[in-house]
Design a protein around this ligand. Structure first.
Ligand SMILES: NC(=O)c1ccc[n+]([C@@H]2O[C@H](COP(=O)([O-])OP(=O)(O)OC[C@H]3O[C@@H](n4cnc5c(N)ncnc54)[C@H](O)[C@@H]3O)[C@@H](O)[C@H]2O)c1
Length: 249
């Protein structure tokens, strides 16, 4: 195998699919992948008015939980690019609610939003993947710790970690890894925090908040040649929160 070269960090000529690419981490990943040379097909249920299609970008507005719409997206990716080198399953989200107060409907929505759409997207795009492809699932630091008020979301993010390991073995030589973010300020993070009135924001051990681009940096590494022997693992992009057992100062 070739020796490492600084160019190994580039994604020149690769085709990436990013779910939830309109804002937050997904947007940071989309923009970073493009800056590092990839073409990106990004879907989101919201439309970012300042994002436009280009030679290297395809955007579609859809809810990834809608199987018909997601299939149309997959077809568009096929027609435009013909293959998928990188899939970042980033779309996801939650709301703050006590376990006993969560309705069956709310619970199903969380399961669909954070797990079922993700497995469906992998199955849907697998026929366009090949031995060098890389799947990156965005989980959460809450997969690794108690998350009162977010029990179903955390359980689904833990399921994503487990799925990542199983698929790394089952789908090899396609590589499958995860990123577990925390403390990366985004609109989604802000909306969740706003629903937790009594919880003051606290800092991770590094003493400051991160940035969505910090998750994008991990995605660039996992997507490319530098991570060619890495599969089935999770990179924690959380300023040390996981290392501290979930504690912040
Ligand atoms: N920001 C953090 O610190 C943090 C911490 C833990 C986990 N995460 C995870 O990172 C991922 C991105 O979160 P974020 O902080 O950027 O949030 P965000 O809400 O700012 O961005 C998520 C994007 O995904 C889109 N999206 C969500 N559900 C969708 C669906 N069903 N169909 C289509 N698009 C959908 C949203 O419209 C939004 O544009 C999520 O999976 C989240 O659980 C983030």
């Amino acid at each position: 195998m070739a020796a490492l070269s600084p160019d190994g960090i580039l994604l020149t000529g690769r085709v990436a699919v990013v779910t939830g690419g309109a804002r937050g981490i997904g947007r940071a990943v989309t923009e970073a992948f493009e800056a590092f040379g990839a073409s990106v097909a990004a879907c989101d249920r919201i439309k970012a008015n300042d994002v436009h299609d280009s030679e290297r970008r395809l955007t579609m507005t859809l809810d990834v939980r809608d199987p018909v719409a997601a299939e149309v997206f997959a077809q568009a990716v096929h027609e435009r690019f013909g293959r998928v080198d990188i899939l970042v399953n980033n779309a996801g989200g939650t709301f703050h609610a006590g376990f006993a107060d969560t309705s069956a409907k709310g619970e199903r929505a969380l399961i669909d939003e954070n797990f079922i759409q993700l497995t469906a997207m992998i199955r849907r795009l697998l026929p366009m993947m090949h031995a060098g492809s890389s799947i990156i699932n965005i989980t959460s630091s809450e997969a690794y710790q108690a998350a009162p008020g977010f029990a179903i979301y955390a359980a689904m993010k833990a399921a994503v970690v487990s799925l990542t390991k199983s698929l790394a073995v089952e789908l090899a030589p396609i590589r499958v890894n995860a990123i577990a973010p925390d403390a990366l300020p985004t609109e989604g993070e802000e909306e969740v925090r706003a629903s937790m009135r009594d919880e003051p924001p606290r800092l991770p051990p590094l003493g400051r908040l991160g940035d969505p681009a910090d998750a994008a940096a991990a995605a660039i590494f996992l997507a490319g040649e530098m991570a060619r022997f890495i599969t089935g693992t999770t990179i924690h992009v959380d300023g040390g929160i996981n290392a501290a057992g979930g504690r912040r100062t």
